[in-house]
Design a binder for this molecule. Structure first.
Ligand code: GUN
Ligand code: ZN
Length: 430
């Protein structure tokens, strides 16, 4: 039994519903027994009730729940920073040529290693990951995630039109290869399988039918794709699926929405579609860095919240600008401040979006996302670099909410000192 002593922040309740439920323990204790949280309270209380626990003094830093990235592409690590494109040009000129290189499994394995290292080094303990169009490369990702000890849901990316021909597969092979990967990795330790058509634009009706059949065959699989990201993309989808009233209806028609589904972006979503998303409990992964970088637009968060659509955050690497989920939450805050319908996220809401909301979207809300007793001990230990601007700000800040706001504003990967999943060390700063 281990007792960690530090300032602790977490959001066991949804601060969008009840703003006062942010938990800040200035001199906190996190009690861990066999990889699970068995207490999270004031240090002195836990010390008294558990005198035998081995204490680690981590004062001067902050423990927060492991960060959850609800939308990120593993084959795109090496194309981060491709500025100046819009979605469809970016795909054609930069992204798909790189994704085609993952046909070489040696190359794919190197990328998978870099990818899981980057997740862990940024404090991300759980991620819903777009795999590769190639089964061996997607296997390499699952194996790298397993070796690192991260919670990763991923799947073979499916397309049968309008991409580069080498990225296409037939609906038959999509079925066979997805089935084989799901059988091998779904529910295997911390891994899970997500049916992953790239987007409606790159999939025929037959391919989306395969996706629906995979989900019907195993109702515990997750589903992920893109929606309403870019006006040209939306126009093309509506032209290709002439019978559908809008982009969302394409996914609905094939049974691809619901509580196990996470759709990325939702920048140009109508209120009528928001009602349908909320009704089906489909989650949206909000990816503000990517939305700004690719000029996709400002996501209407207030309308999503008003309609009760479940929201999480994704870095969308490599359309996004890096792996930092704290930075992603800050970017959400900044963009919503100046959105057409502005909304001011509180630090507690930012923490919730970066942790518990992602866990809920992935159907892992009872396992991770906060420090409720019984959950896995998934956490990040952040410590400001001595003498840094953040260090100075924190020394002059009293209120916990202000400290959390300063962390979101100034804490980068250099502050991530230790990351653990179910108590196991997955990253330790040198
Ligand atoms: N839509 C289809 N593929 C992609 C992708 O790789 N990134 C983003 N941001 N949108 C997509
Ligand atoms: Zn994406």
């Amino acid at each position: 039994m281990e007792l960690l002593r530090s300032t602790i922040f977490h959001t066991p309740n949804n601060p969008f519903r009840s703003p006062d439920t942010f938990v800040a323990l200035e001199d906190g204790g996190l009690l861990i027994t066999e990889g699970r949280v068995t207490g999270c309270a004031d240090y002195s209380t836990l010390r008294t009730t558990h005198p035998d626990a081995v204490v680690r003094d981590l004062r001067g830093g902050f423990i927060v729940p492991g960060l959850v990235d609800a939308h990120v592409h593993f084959p795109q690590v090496r194309i981060i920073g491709g500025l100046g494109y819009s979605l469809l040009d970016w795909l054609e000129q930069l992204t798909l040529p790189e994704e085609a290189r993952l046909a070489d499994v040696t190359y794919a394995s190197a990328i998978a290693g870099e990818f899981v290292n980057a997740l862990a080094a940024h404090g991300t303990t759980t991620a819903l990951v777009f795999g590769s169009h190639f089964a061996p490369a997607t296997t390499a990702l699952f194996e790298a995630a397993e070796k690192r000890g991260l919670r990763v849901f991923s799947g073979l990316v499916l397309s049968d039109r309008l991409m580069r021909p080498e990225l296409h597969q037939s609906p038959d092979s999509a079925w066979r290869e997805s089935k084989a990967l799901a059988e091998r990795f779904h529910g295997n330790g911390r891994l899970g399988y997500a049916v992953t058509p790239r987007f409606a634009l790159s999939c025929s009706e037959a391919m989306l039918e395969v996706c629906g059949a995979l989900l019907r065959d195993d109702a515990t699989l997750r589903f992920t794709s893109h929606i309403n990201e870019n006006p040209r993309e939306i126009e093309e989808v509506e032209r290709l699926f002439a019978g559908a009233s809008d982009y969302l209806e394409v996914y609905e028609r094939f049974g691809l929405t619901g509580p196990n589904s996470v759709l990325a972006h939702s920048v140009h979503t109508t209120n009528e579609q928001l009602v349908r998303l909320a009704t089906s409990r489909t989650s949206i992964a909000h990816c503000p860095c990517s939305n700004a970088s690719l000029g996709s637009g400002v996501m209407p968060m207030k309308r999503h919240l008003d309609h009760g659509v479940p929201l999480a955050l994704g870095t969308d690497v490599g359309g996004g600008t890096g792996f930092g989920m704290m930075k992603e939450a800050l970017q959400a805050y900044l963009q919503q401040r100046v959105a057409a319908e502005p909304f001011t996220l509180t630090p507690a809401q930012m923490l919730y979006l970066a942790t518990r909301a992602g866990a809920e979207a992935l159907g892992l809300g009872n396992q991770t996302g906060d420090f409720t007793s019984g959950k896995a001990a998934d956490f990040v230990y952040l410590k400001p670099v001595a003498g840094s601007v953040l260090d100075g700000v924190l020394k002059h800040t009293e209120a916990p909410e202000r400290k959390l706001a300063a962390l979101f504003t100034l804490a980068g990967a250099e502050c991530v000192r230790e990351v653990r999943v179910a108590g196991d060390l997955v990253f330790h700063a040198a």
